[in-house]
Design a protein around this ligand. Structure first.
Ligand code: PPE
Length: 304
């Protein structure tokens, strides 16, 4: 990873190598952390954070689902995000706020353990590999099912939940694919390991609904809004895996992955990046750098 200079930790800016925790931190043992993935992009008014308020709202909801009171308000966290970007002198970066159960308590009852909060920023390029945004990726349906609504809250973004994604990711890499797509317990398509999924068929855009055990992605919401403005009908519906094999276009969306075409699913070729994927990518990549009619609403400028 590309290191930066400072990390915000419990209200202080500490040097990157000093931002450490004790090996008996609760979250290290049990995955008791909630986090966000956010991006800031370079604009002609300096760095701007994409949909920061929506990300911080989701962090609060994740924390609430795990009974983890956040010791900082949304406004304090927003200020902290701005500060840590500024102090590192970054124009564009990935932003990782994390709240976690810290040192001092062991065992599965965590409510007496401290809640620590950190925010790191670093430069992070194309998440699914160089050329992925134009050439697309090869994806595999995972043999691992996506976490279900009664195992852990699928809409929370919590550390431990990512063991599910990690198993699927490793499996797909070992089989020569760049990404895994997970089906839910009912057998319908849910999420990629770190992305939401969209399918184009006959000019319409399909995406799994919240009831499919997906993470309610902020990029997903952005795509739905942009597609709507473009006059593309968006249908939130259960998607059987075979619909991917006969799709006109497939793409995934996420903060890290951005909007990335899927070239093939298992041994079915979908094809090169299609026209609807291209159009939505164009709107998205303009929006994040301040060149879209929606940019004002979505960008939070670091230097105000
Ligand atoms: N589903 C999952 C399972 C997921 O992890 C993400 C984000 C999304 C959908 C898309 O959500 P959004 O970013 O709000 O559009 N995954 C984050 C973590 C990636 C990582 O490797 O860490 C991200 O994209 O930041």
């Amino acid at each position: 990873m590309q290191e930066a200079e400072k990390i915000w930790m419990n209200g202080e800016l500490v040097d990157w190598p000093e931002a450490t925790v004790h090996v008996l931190s609760h979250a290290l043992h049990y995955g008791t952390s909630v986090f966000e993935g956010i991006r800031a992009y370079e604009t002609d008014r300096g760095p701007a954070v994409f949909r920061l308020d929506d990300h911080l709202a989701r962090l609060e909801r994740s924390a609430q689902m795990y009974y983890m009171p956040l010791p900082y308000s949304r406004e304090q966290l927003r200020e902290a995000v701005h500060e840590v970007i500024r102090v590192n002198g970054l124009q564009s970066c990935y932003i990782r706020p994390i709240a976690f159960r810290g040192y001092g308590t062991m065992g599965l009852f965590p409510l007496e353990a401290t809640v620590d909060v950190a925010i790191a920023v670093w430069e992070w390029g194309a998440y699914l590999g160089e050329d992925s945004l134009t050439e697309g990726i090869g994806a595999k349906i995972s043999s691992w099912r996506r976490i279900g609504p009664n195992t852990v809250p699928a809409t929370a973004k919590a550390g431990g939940q990512y063991l599910n994604s990690i198993l699927a990711k490793i499996e797909s890499h070992k089989s020569g694919y760049q990404e895994a797509l997970l089906l839910n317990e009912a057998g319908f398509v849910a999420d990629g390991t770190g992305e939401n999924l969209f399918v184009v068929k006959d000019g319409k855009l399909f995406t799994p609904p919240v009831s499919a055990s997906i993470l309610m992605g902020i990029t997903r919401q952005t795509i739905i809004e942009l597609a709507d403005e473009e006059g593309i009908e968006v249908i939130e519906a259960e998607i059987p895996r075979a619909d991917l094999y006969i799709a006109d276009e497939v793409f995934v969306s996420g903060t890290a992955a951005e909007v990335c075409p899927v070239r093939s699913v298992d041994d079915h070729l979908i094809g090169p990046r299609g026209p609807i994927t291209t159009r939505l990518q164009e709107r998205f990549f303009n929006a994040i750098v301040g060149n879209d009619s929606r940019s004002e609403e979505w960008l939070d400028y670091v230097n105000q």
